[in-house]
Write a protein that binds this ligand. Sequence first.
Ligand code: AMP
Length: 442
Amino acid sequence: MQETTIETESPASEGFGGMGLNATTLAALERVGYREPSPIQAHMIPPALAGRDCLGNAATGTGKTAAFLLPIIDRLDERERKPQVLVLAPTRELVIQICQEFEKLSYRRRLWAVAVVGGESIFRQQKLLGAGCQLVVATPGRLMDLMARHAIRLDKVKTIVLDEADQMLDIGFRPAVETILKAIPETRQTLFLSATMPPAVRELAQTYLRDPVDVRLIRDDEDATIPAIRQAYVMVDPERKFELLVRLLGREQPKRAIVFCRTKRGADRVGDLLRTEGLRAETMHGDLSQAQRNRVLHAFRSGRLTTLVATDVVGRGIDVQGVSHVINFDLPEDPTHYVHRIGRTGRMGKDGVAYSLVLADQAKILDQIERCITRELEADSVDGVPTYPRPRFRPERRPQGRRGFRGAPGRYARPPQRGPVSHQGLRRRRDREAQPVESGRS
Ligand code: AMP
């Protein structure tokens, strides 16, 4: 497999103009104000445009959507009103967001995309598909329903994209994804993208790709989070957790915050409690109807809502400008979820702050998160709520990571980091690299 190693002399220096994109696509880019390609765009667009399979792995919020949409839009045939490209994504919100980005980037092209998601009228989607489109963006469940009704044909699909590929290849989605792949011509181009790509999933991904270009901008042992995000934790007793959250929000005065909870019931409770404290908070999770989910996300995007209390349904991919704070009211059980949750802030070079509320018996989960992101979280406390030192465990040693990373250019640069990762190593590195970090407090 060919691997792309990131050199300091990145193709990004040539800009979008040197990639072979056509004039209409370049005009759309000009219109949306994307002046320079981000590293994932600089490295993925040329091979994807040439028809190669790609495995794109880059930090959250660094323009992965445009990295796969631009080469797709550039090659779509306007006269053919049958699905030529299929994009699969894990959540309805992400599907809708991809369609919105498509609309922006396909400016002045006679191209149509249909969002195929659960929770909305299947008849309406059937009608839209019947009217013809070049792109289908779908969650696997609803797409399978439409396939069972013979309401969609995938035999003209030339490119398939798996966004959040590690989740799409996870056991929950994999059977559906495999069925869908079988309905697509074998000669297809396949593009996989994600901020997190555990080695086992990476290996599995290879079985679906043909001689892929491996655009790996994050090493296995490297931080998949954005360096500019300040990340802290607070040790707290379970019965003081909510009080701590309220005081933390009072101290930080976030412009826009997402509070993550583990369960739907927990999110409802925290949302209710925050509203009784007078905060403009709403809850979002999988039990809400799609119309309610859209309404809450729209209110949050427009700024009418300052605090969104959510489960991991908004943990992946959701792009809301100006999220200043992410608070893990409950720690995620899977460390990769942490990466996606806090990736809702610090997007495209912006600053952000992430706090995690940790109970004494969760110190091990915190250890796992730190090993996953190869970064030690700062200990913090909030006036009026007692905290205590974090219990320490013997760190497990991770296998030696891959070498040869030279760092991406410009504002995306991250310091080279070397495995194996231990807490001692992390602490040493933090001391060595200690530098002032913007807190993002307003
Ligand atoms: P994504 O990681 O695809 O969710 O993108 C994160 C944000 O960056 C979105 O708001 C995009 O509109 C924006 N974006 C993507 N590519 C560029 C670019 N080259 N220049 C400026 N903004 C971009």
